[in-house]
Design a protein around this ligand. Structure first.
Ligand SMILES: Cc1cc2nc3c(=O)[nH]c(=O)nc-3n(C[C@H](O)[C@H](O)[C@H](O)COP(=O)(O)OP(=O)(O)OC[C@H]3O[C@@H](n4cnc5c(N)ncnc54)[C@H](O)[C@@H]3O)c2cc1C
Length: 387
C-alpha cells in the first residue's frame, strides 16, 4: 500500500450529489472515488422530476422526457391530472450522470471503493481499493460524504450510522411501441403497500415500471410484488404493455427523519447520505444536484463560516417541510388498500397544482397548518370516542 496521493478534497460517491459538488469547486484540487465501474451505471433510480427544476439547473433538454399528464391509480380509482402548468420530466439517468461528470473538476476514480479513513495532522488519511490495483491511500484536508444511503465516511469515523429505515425499489425497464410518452403514472394500494409504484416513459422509447416500499414496513420481496403486479389487471387498466426484454434496475434510499447536522468540522455530507430526498415520494435528484453545487461553492471559500452558512440554508429550505413530509410518509406506509381508496377520494378534490406540491413535498404554510389541524382533530376524535 505504498501509493499515497494528496488532495484538498476527497469526495466519496460519484452520484448526482458528489459530481455536483465537484463541478462547483474552484481553486482546489479534488478526487472523486466511485465504487461502480462507470458513472451512471447501473441505474438505481427512476428519474422522475419536474421541468421547472430541470430548466433552473440548466439540464439540457435531450436528457429528459417531458410529461404533461400524471395519472394516479388506486385499486379501483383513477385520477387524471393535467400538469401542463407544472410539467414533469423523466431523466435519462446514465446520460444525465455522465453530463454531470463532464462538468466535474476532480480526478474521478471509478471501480474504487472507499474503505476507511482516520484523522491525521491537517486532515484525513483514507484507504481505498481499486479493482485490479488493490489498496492505496488519499490524504485530504476535507472529505465530502456523498456515498448515498451507505453513509460510508460518517460510519468510518463513528459520526453517524447508515439509516435504520430504508426505502427499497425495483424497476423493470423495457422498450414500448405506441405508448403515450407524455404521461407518467403513480399507483398506490395493494400492489405497492408501504410505498408506491410508478410507470415512467423515457426519451429513448422505454418505460420504467417499478415499485418502492419502506423496507422496515414490508416483508414481501420486491420481486414477489412485481410478480403480483404483473399477474393483476392493473397494467391493463393503466394501458401499459407487459414487460418484455426488460432490464432490471434496483436501489435503496434512506427513509428516516431529516437531521440538521450536515457539517462535522472538515467532514461534510450531502445528498442521500444527508437524507435529502423528499420524504413524500423519495425524489432526490433535483435536491442533490442543487445542494451539491451550493456545497461546492461553499467549500471553495475555504472557511468554516461558509460551510455553516451552507448548512443553514439547506436546513432553512428542507428541515420544516421534511418534518411534515416525514409525518405523511410514516402515516402512508401504514395505509391499507381501503385507506388508499379514501386518500385518492381526497386527492380528487384538490386542484392539480396543490396535489403536485404535495408530491413534491413542497408544503406551503397553509398546507402545513391544515395538516397539523387534521392531525389534532384526529387525535381529539380518537380520545372522544375512546372516552
Ligand atoms: C428505486 C429508487 C427510485 C428513485 N426514484 C427517484 C425519482 O424518480 N426521482 C428522483 O429525483 N429521485 C429518485 N430516487 C432518489 C434518488 O435516486 C437519490 O436521491 C439520489 O440518487 C441520491 O444521490 P446521491 O448522489 O446522494 O447518492 P447515490 O445516487 O446513491 O450515489 C452515491 C454513489 O456513491 C457510491 N458509493 C457508495 N459507497 C461507496 C464507497 N464506499 N466508495 C465509493 N463509492 C461509493 C455508490 O455506488 C453510488 O453510486 C430514487 C431512489 C430509488 C432507490
Amino acid at each position: 500500500m505504498s501509493t499515497v496521493i494528496e488532495t484538498d478534497i476527497l469526495i466519496v460517491g460519484g452520484g448526482p450529489a458528489g459530481l455536483s459538488v465537484s463541478a462547483h469547486l474552484s481553486g482546489l484540487t479534488s478526487v472523486v472515488v466511485h465504487q461502480d465501474r462507470e458513472i451512471g451505471k447501473p441505474v438505481r433510480t427512476s428519474g422522475g422530476s419536474w421541468l421547472a427544476d430541470a430548466q433552473r439547473l440548466g439540464i439540457p433538454e435531450d436528457l429528459y422526457q417531458r410529461v404533461d399528464r400524471l395519472d394516479v391509480y388506486s385499486d379501483t380509482r383513477k385520477i387524471a391530472l393535467d400538469i401542463t402548468d407544472a410539467p414533469g420530466v423523466v431523466f435519462d439517468i446514465t446520460n444525465l450522470y455522465q453530463w454531470l461528470a463532464s462538468q466535474a473538476t476532480s480526478e474521478i476514480h471509478c471501480a474504487t471503493k472507499f474503505l476507511r479513513t482516520e484523522k491525521v495532522a491537517n486532515g484525513y488519511l483514507s484507504t481505498v481499493r481499486t479493482a485490479g490495483k488493490g489498496e492505496w491511500q488519499i490524504k485530504s484536508r476535507q472529505i465530502v460524504d456523498a456515498s448515498g444511503w451507505h453513509c460510508t465516511v460518517l460510519e468510518s469515523l463513528g459520526l453517524n450510522t447508515r439509516p435504520a429505515r430504508e426505502g427499497v425499489g425495483i424497476e423493470y425497464e423495457y422498450p414500448v411501441d405506441d405508448l403515450d410518452m407524455n404521461r407518467a403514472i403513480l399507483f398506490f394500494g395493494s400492489f405497492a403497500l408501504a410505498g408506491y409504484g410508478w410507470a415512467f416513459p423515457t426519451n429513448y422509447g422505454t418505460v420504467r415500471l417499478g415499485v418502492g416500499v419502506v423496507s422496515a414496513a414490508s416483508e414481501q420481496s420486491l420481486r414477489e410484488m412485481m410478480n403480483a403486479l404483473l399477474a393483476s389487471d392493473l397494467l391493463k387498466r393503466m394501458g401499459i404493455p407487459a414487460p418484455e426484454g426488460e432490464h432490471v434496475n434496483a436501489g435503496t434510499i434512506p427513509s428516516v427523519a431529516y437531521e440538521k447536522t450536515l457539517v462535522y468540522g472538515d467532514v461534510v455530507r450531502v445528498g442521500d447520505s444527508a437524507n435529502m430526498a423528499t420524504p413524500t415520494l423519495g425524489e432526490g435528484l433535483r435536491i442533490c444536484i442543487e445542494q451539491g453545487r451550493l456545497l461546492g461553492d461553499a467549500l471553495s471559500k475555504q472557511t468554516p463560516r461558509a460551510l455553516k452558512a451552507w448548512e443553514r440554508q439547506a436546513n432553512g429550505k428542507l428541515a420544516l417541510k421534511y418534518r411534515v413530509g416525514f409525518w405523511v410518509n410514516q402515516a402512508a406506509t401504514q395505509y391499507t388498500p381501503a385507506q388508499w381508496e379514501r386518500s385518492l377520494r381526497r386527492m380528487e378534490k384538490l386542484p392539480p397544482a396543490e396535489l403536485v406540491e404535495y408530491f413534491k413535498n413542497d408544503f406551503t404554510t397553509s398546507m402545513i397548518v391544515r395538516r397539523v389541524a387534521l392531525l389534532v382533530w384526529r387525535k381529539l376524535k380518537d380520545r372522544v370516542f375512546r372516552a
